[in-house]
Design a binder for this molecule. Structure first.
Ligand code: NAP
Length: 270
């Protein structure tokens, strides 16, 4: 008979949000994982299962504090909250010996360096990814390849109208990967802008345009321009469940991780 493996004990912060709900549902339905806690600033003790329409689970949604996090001894905390809350949540998790898997976007380079320090002090592992969808990660890789051959590029990212941060973390990362891969930066021409911001924002010399509309989930187009031709790469997440295989993979990997790992692309092939 095979060895019975212990389940990975998972807490979710931002559990009542759009992504958090999906993560809780998925953890509850995934073999080898156990949802042990749910945190949300809206949490008032309600049963997470009942909130999800899945029946009673005995897991009550509470506020995240060092004390509440310690109570049911999670090993991993998945965080899909807000740019304002995420750093404090990561700090609480790492100080409590709980490995964070972070999907919240709006994390800056300075924040990442700070997370790196906290991770080092904690002696455990942590994982951060601006996009958990396989297709989006592949799009970034393909964009980095195309950037070696096409001199000009612009990014259009499109999200639902409730998204707080702009541009998306994925768009920023895509621009950074393009900049790192292309032989030289294109020279920005002088332009006559009749509306402020009409050419989008610039990251590493790449124009990024953010669209926010209800009906959308998460979408990105990268358009390359070359002599007499364009190349368009596009990825669409039509449903938040598109992020779940990536989240579950990260939860399983972070358990044995040492230090901070950023980006789904760094755990896909291992
Ligand atoms: P959302 O629906 O607003 O959910 C965020 C939830 O977190 C809300 O319920 C919010 O409560 C709660 N929250 C706020 N502060 C908290 C705290 N200190 N502790 C615990 N919970 C807290 O947003 P969403 O659409 O789920 O997106 C969440 C984040 O994930 C965003 O940053 C988004 O960009 C990101 N995202 C990442 C990926 C990826 O693949 N990496 C994919 C999709 C989305 P209140 O309503 O009280 O603030």
């Amino acid at each position: 008979m095979g060895k019975i493996m212990d389940k990975i004990r998972v807490a979710v912060s931002g559990a009542m949000g759009r992504m958090g709900r999906e993560v809780c549902r998925t953890v509850l339905a995934t073999e080898g994982l156990q949802l042990v806690d749910a945190f949300d600033s809206l949490g008032n003790g309600e049963d997470m299962g009942i909130f999800l329409g899945m029946g009673e689970t005995g897991i009550n949604v509470r506020q995240l504090t060092p004390k509440t996090l310690g109570e049911y001894t999670p090993q991993v905390m998945v965080d899909f909250t807000t740019p304002l809350a995420v750093m404090q949540n990561i700090s609480v998790a790492l100080r409590g010996g709980v490995r964070p898997v972070v999907g919240t976007t709006g994390i800056t380079e300075v924040d990442l360096a700070r997370i790196g320090e906290l991770v080092q002090k904690s002696g455990i592992g942590a994982f951060v990814a601006p996009n958990f969808a396989l297709g989006a990660v592949l799009l970034m890789k393909f964009a980095a390849t195309a950037a070696r051959y096409f001199p000009q590029v612009e990014i259009i990212e499109l999200h639902h109208d409730q998204k707080i941060d702009a541009p998306s973390g994925t768009a920023l990362k895509t621009a950074q990967m393009i900049a790192a891969s292309r032989p030289q930066q294109t020279i920005q021409r002088e332009e006559l802008l009749k509306l402020p911001g009409v050419r989008g924002g610039l990251q590493d010399g790449v124009h990024i345009h953010s669209v926010r509309l209800s009906g959308l989930v998460a979408h990105q187009e990268v358009i390359f321009g070359g002599q007499g031709q364009t190349l368009t790469l596009r990825h669409d997440s039509y449903d938040r469940n598109s992020f779940m295989p990536g989240v579950i993979l990260a939860v399983k990997k972070v358990i044995t991780m040492q230090g901070l790992v950023c980006g789904l692309e760094n755990i896909l092939d291992q």
